[in-house]
Design a protein around this ligand. Sequence first.
Ligand code: SF4
Length: 381
Amino acid sequence: MPKNNYFKLARLAFMMNSQSSSSIPVTFTLLKVFDSVLSPQEVEFLLSMGKDTATSDAIFKKVNMPYDKACEIFSSLIAKGMIWSKVHEGQELFSVSPIMLGWFEVYLCNGSTTSEKREFAHYLTRLFNSWKKYNVTPLRQLRNWINKNNVPHNVIKPASPGKKIVINEAIVPETSQVLPSTSINELIARYSDEGLIAVVHCFCRQWKTMEGIACKLKMPLEACIVLGKFSEHAVKYGFGRFISKEEAAKIIDETKKKGGVHIVWHDKDQIDKEEIAICNCCWDCCGVLGSYNRGINSLHFKTFYCAYIVQQEKCTGCGLCVTYCPVRAITLQNNKPVIDKNVCIGCLQCYHKCKKDVIAIQQEEREVFLPLLKPSQIRVP
Ligand code: SF4
């Protein structure tokens, strides 16, 4: 039996969607996810808050409830990731979270596995699987068209610059230890003086683990790095812990070795806004890459690198590049790798895994759009 009025849940879902530049289709299955998490009073509270950003006192005045009750619901909604905060000019301001990036991620990122969170994880799986229904002709083409014409909201930045190459010329090893401005470690360093780096559990891996699905790449659970004001919120409300830039670099290195792709997220999903998180994603569990490999969503990235084959004759055909490429941009043809530049998202995994220097990378700022995989093309069932 539903706890909530579904018209109110739909209003809330549309309102939360409007808090971000990327929105989730408001379907009955999505409303069931809301219903599994929220009480009717919590829904009323969120609807009363509206889209405003305000102090807690201003919010308590707006919601028509006794003060103690309002405090209790407010705390519960923060713990559920439905409300997040930001300190602005010394004042803590609160607003209703977007659905994704927002509520989904925050609710699962403190690593706890209560029965409520397991139920949420279960409904989330149903929601993501329900999107597979829309992967049929002509809906697939329509979804691809819509997604392609959206502003890209994911930015991939490599963990280290590797080698720069000019095609048909010798590989020039990078001699300088100075990382390029686009590197993850330099990005982290920007926040290290203020101590504004925190680590949280990867929402996607936490979700899959609760569903009994082990990560095929054996990536760690505590692996996502949050930056700046978002790190303050994460630590203050118990979602994560502050770490040094050295620990952050260790996480980047460990996840890179295991096959991680470093994706940078921005406030309100807009790439011109400040970065809020670095996800160390894998092609299996990730709600973005993993869902692409399951035929659930398309991908639209802004990326800065592209991989090239430079010494094909040295290739032993080990296939590691194929295994670790998150988007299957590499295939082995006659036991030799071939890279489809139009598919490569510049994550550098193939470059890091190749022991024979067959693959090199080139700096190249591009947008890459990968359409929804047809059911016959999916990598993970
Ligand atoms: Fe990454 Fe695949 Fe491109 Fe290599 S070919 S950089 S693994 S996307």
